[in-house]
Each structure stands twice: as structure tokens, then as C-alpha cells.
Design a protein around this ligand. Structure first.
Ligand code: C2E
Ligand code: MG
Ligand code: MG
Ligand code: MG
Length: 292
């Protein structure tokens, strides 16, 4: 009986594996078409400061609108796009969208929130990245500090020297730089002083278990005080509850991103929820949102 159960389970497992492999092949082929057919969309997840839940910026998050599968998550297709290097043209599409969006907001409202863009290791090791971004900044004439790049610690795992050089070159353009998913990747903190960083993003996995889990609390407190001491901004990702927010505030973290405030939303929703209010307050007392 046990043997047949085992065989049965193996069959089920094998079938699931085959299905996953087939899906991956299909997605890989279709990813090329998706780029040509402009099937990608961006969602924007607000970043807020504690004073008055002030909206200061947003993270651009990519989705693939597939004709039959519906919306496909970046955690499924980005790894495939990285493998076959399609992440390069896809990433350029993201950068172009974001820079033109900032330009549009500046023209329409006279100001723009900063937008953060995720860069994967493959993009950073592409020798054309810096000049691509430089050209975009020149074309759109947007203030470079409205653009922030999020990289994970893993970009430093291989060829750290190259990545550090590229990040320094990017920084020279005047853009901002943050470490995403901080605390989950590369184990050495040595790179913190080698990189021209502006901000650390505390990973959601630590935020998830506060208050209550002593280890997560310790990690969060440590990251916050380290950031403050090093003169870096620190933002908590994945804030979902009021209790998490209160804990973070008590520990002196004042920047937040998470479902407690907003999920990733469309441009229309973003403007509707945050721009009208900002626009009015700008008109009333010229208190422009501080970007730095
Ligand atoms: P990430 O950069 O760490 O982005 C944060 C992810 O956490 C997003 O998932 C977001 O929807 C999700 N999230 C935000 N707040 C909460 C919360 O309160 N609770 C929970 N449970 N989740 C929350 P998403 O949009 O599926 O993106 C997944 C990953 O895909 C991103 O992780 C990023 O690494 C990658 N990615 C997304 N867009 C791009 C892109 O344009 N380029 C590159 N290279 N990677 C991207
Ligand atoms: Mg990110
Ligand atoms: Mg993150
Ligand atoms: Mg994360």
C-alpha cells in the first residue's frame, strides 16, 4: 500500500513538474511577443511619511497582461526574463515609462513624487545601462533625484566590483539609490560603506512578525538605528497593520510602504487619491512636498 501511495505521489509530483516546465517554456516564448505588443503595465505603490500620512513617492511595479492567463506577477516572469536577458529591453521600457510619467506630472502639476524602479543584477551588468539612463534624463529633463533605483544585496554576489562601479556611475547622474529587501541577501555589511546609498528598505519578512517576535524586533530596531547613524533613510516594506505601524514609529522609522496604506495601484488611482489633495495644498500655501 505504502509503495503504491509513494508511486502515486511521485506520479502527481512528476505531472506537476512537467506542467511547470511546459508553462515556463510557453511564457518564455511569449515574453518576446509581449514586449512587441506592449503588454506590460506598471502599477505604483505609494511610499508615505508618518506626518499626516504624507505621500512622497511610489515604487513602480511591473505586471504582464497576458491575453489568456490574465495578469502575471513579476515574481513569475522576471526570473525568466533575467535568464534570457529580455529583462534588458523590458527594463528599458520601465525606465522610459517612469521618466515620461515624471515629466508629465511636472508639466501638469508643477511637481512630482519620486518614483523608485527595481533594477536586477543582469541590468546592472549591462554596459549600456548608465548611458541609457543618462540619455533618458537628458531627453526628459526631469530632476534626477526624482528617480530612485532599488537594488537587492544579491547584485553584489557576483562581480561585485563591476556592480559597485556601475552604481557609483549612476549616483553621479544625481539619481537616488536604495537597497531593497534589506537583510535577506548578501551577508556582509561591508558593502554599505562602499555604495553611495540613500536609503534602506527593511524587508517585509521582518515587518510581518512585529510586534511580538523578538528576533524580528531586534533586527528591525538594529537596522533602523544603523540607518539613522549612517545618515541613511529607512523605509519599512510590507506594512499591513496598525500595530506594525505603531511599532515602527516608536522605533523611529518614519517611511512606510504596504497594504495598510495602499497596494500597488494604477496611475489613475494614484492621481485620484493623492494628487488632487497635494495640488490643492500646493495652491493654498505653497508647501511643496520635500523630496530629500
Ligand atoms: P519588491 O521590489 O520587493 O517589491 C515589493 C513587493 O511586495 C511587490 O510585489 C508588492 O506588491 C509587494 N507588497 C507590497 N506591500 C505589501 C504588503 O503589505 N503585503 C504583502 N504581502 N506584499 C506587499 P510584486 O509587485 O509582485 O513584485 C515582486 C518583485 O518583482 C519585486 O519585489 C521586484 O523584485 C520584482 N519587480 C517588480 N517590478 C520590477 C521591475 O520593473 N524590474 C525588475 N527588475 N524587477 C521588478
Ligand atoms: Mg522593490
Ligand atoms: Mg522589496
Ligand atoms: Mg521584498
Amino acid at each position: 500500500y505504502a509503495k503504491s501511495m509513494g508511486r502515486n505521489r511521485y506520479a502527481v509530483f512528476k505531472k506537476a513538474m512537467e506542467k511547470a516546465v511546459v508553462r515556463k517554456h510557453i511564457l518564455e516564448k511569449e515574453l518576446r511577443k509581449a514586449l512587441a505588443e506592449a503588454r506590460f503595465i506598471l502599477r505604483y505603490q505609494p511610499q508615505l511619511t508618518s506626518d499626516d500620512n504624507n505621500f512622497i513617492g511610489a515604487e513602480a511595479l511591473l505586471r504582464w497582461s497576458h491575453p489568456t492567463e490574465g495578469i502575471i506577477s513579476p515574481s513569475e516572469f522576471i526570473p525568466i526574463a533575467e535568464e534570457n536577458h529580455l529583462i534588458i529591453p523590458i527594463g528599458e521600457w520601465v525606465l522610459k515609462q517612469v521618466c515620461h510619467q515624471i515629466k508629465y506630472w511636472l508639466e501638469k502639476y508643477g511637481y512630482s513624487p519620486f518614483i523608485t524602479v527595481n533594477l536586477s543584477a543582469i541590468q546592472i551588468r549591462n554596459s549600456d545601462l548608465v548611458s541609457y539612463i543618462k540619455n533618458l534624463l537628458e531627453q526628459t529633463k526631469i530632476p534626477p533625484n526624482l528617480l530612485e533605483f532599488e537594488v537587492t544585496e544579491t547584485v553584489l554576489l557576483h562581480e561585485a566590483r563591476i556592480s559597485i562601479d556601475v552604481l557609483n556611475e549612476l549616483k553621479k547622474l544625481g539619481v537616488r539609490l536604495s537597497i531593497d529587501d534589506f537583510g535577506t541577501g548578501y551577508s556582509s555589511l561591508n558593502y554599505l560603506k562602499k555604495l553611495p546609498l540613500d536609503k534602506l528598505k527593511i524587508d517585509r519578512s521582518f515587518v510581518k512578525d512585529i510586534p511580538g517576535d523578538p528576533d524580528s524586533e531586534t533586527i528591525i530596531r538594529t537596522v533602523i538605528s544603523m540607518s539613522i547613524d549612517m545618515g541613511l533613510e529607512v523605509i519599512a516594506e510590507g506594512v499591513e497593520t496598525k500595530e506594525q505601524l505603531q511599532y515602527l514609529l516608536k522605533e523611529r522609522c518614519h517611511l512606510f510602504q504596504g497594504f495598510y496604506f495602499d497596494p500597488p495601484i494604477s496611475l489613475e488611482q494614484l492621481e485620484e487619491k493623492y494628487f488632487t489633495r497635494l495640488h490643492d495644498s500646493v495652491k493654498e500655501d505653497r508647501t511643496v512636498i520635500h523630496l530629500e
